[in-house]
Design a binder for this molecule. Structure first.
Ligand SMILES: *Cc1c(COP(=O)(O)O)cnc(C)c1O
Length: 433
């Protein structure tokens, strides 16, 4: 052909990527900076990459007003996220601004007097916190021209990707361990994308996806938690923003967060730090606590042993959404828990079930097993005197109990089954008085 371009694949004609205030990727370990793109590891030291920003410069009052005037979803924080300014007009699932429930009944039961809140992320479009991270990854996928969305998932992520891809008009093909809960499988499949069960645990699924990414078979695919991971992770910051805004632009004193890969916990800390830097909240100390199930507790084990490295485990717990035996952000979680004066703790599956029922019974909130892990750890740490009952405490419920019915179905059944007669009801001993 007559038209000649610069030799090689320098992509000279590629349009500039517009991801709003995001200006670069920077290495968490060595600080080297890279252009915005589908990269996830530093070319020099293999450290994880993070989004770097040009954050807004106006007064905190102006920024607060701008945020409060925004939509009732995560896009109210668009000036602090790697998304284009007109993001709210694009087809996305628009998660966030979920309820922060003042849990007075639960507080009484636990003996917490300083104010106890449940941030209930089961209210997101696909009923877990994963909609937050996926919504951001979709914008990155669009910006980089990916036409297929993919992920390795412990369950909730697959559903969030399926739904977001459907809405954005992208193809999706997601990978899960083959033995997940029915509720998670159906939630992931119903949106019409491809769903592939892998014979292995999550860590096997993740390894498989890393291979697929480097292979022509996966070309043009945006893996939300692999090659789009730096963008994906930023979605969790919105939990920090919302909690502070809902507390009246104030940091909580203590927050308890479940740990799978540890991404959510590290990004909530990043969100708090940004709010402090921007002057949107007063700079006061806060403590971050991490929660795991005993059957998959690599970070908690390292915390208790005083180690800086996390030794991988083979997961065996009913809290499948948290069953990552080799958590990518484990060492950073340890840093944050230690730096803020928090802790990482774990609970047994039995305690998980008890905590699911405790939350349901006291506050009318039916959380999934991850919520049971988080509340179970909260209870354990209050009882141990590690969480201060006189301080404001926020507990995350990151998913909906309808997706993990098996955890409680054996012990949550009809109180009685009777004939439709008053005599039968009297005989059952349930009548008033
Ligand atoms: C994925 C997930 C988490 C935490 O995930 P991280 O990998 O630690 O960010 C917590 N709760 C639920 C319900 C999840 O699905």
């Amino acid at each position: 052909m007559a038209v000649q371009t610069v030799a090689g694949n320098t992509a000279a004609a590629a349009p500039a990527v517009d991801l709003g205030p995001a200006v670069a990727l920077s290495c968490r370990e060595c600080g080297e900076r890279f252009e915005l793109g589908p990269l996830f590891a530093c070319a020099s030291c293999f450290g994880p990459l993070e989004v770097a920003y040009d954050l807004p410069t106006g007064s905190p009052e102006e920024l607060r007003e701008r945020i409060e005037a925004g939509p009732d979803n995560i896009w109210r924080y668009a000036p602090l996220l790697p998304v284009p300014a007109d993001v709210a007009e694009k087809p996305n699932i628009n998660p966030g601004f979920t309820k922060l429930v003042k849990a007075d009944n639960l507080a009484r039961e636990l003996g917490v007097t300083g104010g106890l809140y449940v941030k209930d992320d089961s209210g997101n479009p696909t009923h877990s916190f994963k909609d937050r991270v996926v919504a951001i990854a979709v914008e990155a996928a669009r910006a980089f021209g990916f036409t297929t969305l993919s992920c390795s998932s412990t369950g909730n992520l697959a559903g969030a990707v399926g739904a977001a891809a459907a809405r954005a008009g992208l193809r999706s093909c997601v990978f899960i361990p083959h033995d997940l809960e029915q509720g998670k499988v159906v939630m992931a499949a119903v949106y019409g994308g491809e769903l592939v069960g892998i014979e292995g645990n999550y860590d096997d699924v993740n390894r498989f996806c890393s291979e697929l990414i480097g292979d022509p078979l996966g070309e043009g695919w945006g893996f939300v938690n692999v090659n789009l991971r730096p963008y994906y992770g930023e979605g969790s910051k919105t939990l920090a923003y919302e909690i502070c805004e809902q507390l009246g632009w104030r940091l909580p004193d203590q927050i308890v967060i479940p740990i799978a890969s540890g991404s959510q916990l590290t990004k909530i800390d990043k969100g708090f730090q940004e709010l402090i830097k921007l002057g949107l909240v007063e700079d006061r100390p806060y403590k971050i606590f991490g929660a795991q199930a005993e059957g998959c507790s690599p970070v908690s084990a390292a915390f208790k042993a005083g180690h800086d490295v996390v030794r991988p485990q083979k997961p065996n717990t009913i809290a499948k959404s948290l069953a990552i035996g080799n958590p990518a952000d484990g060492p950073y979680v340890l840093d944050i828990a230690r730096r803020t004066g928090g802790a990482v703790e774990d609970v047994t599956d039995e305690q998980v079930v008890d905590a699911i029922k405790l939350l349901a019974r006291t506050e009318g909130i039916f959380g999934e097993t991850a919520g049971g892990v988080t509340l179970g750890v909260t209870k354990k740490l209050v009882e141990a005197g590690v969480i201060d009952p006189a301080l404001t405490t926020v507990v995350l419920n990151t998913g909906d109990g309808l997706k993990t019915l098996d955890a409680v179905s054996a012990t949550s059944q009809a109180t009685a089954t009777i004939k439709p007669s008053l005599d039968a009801f009297r005989a059952a001993g349930l009548a008033a008085g």
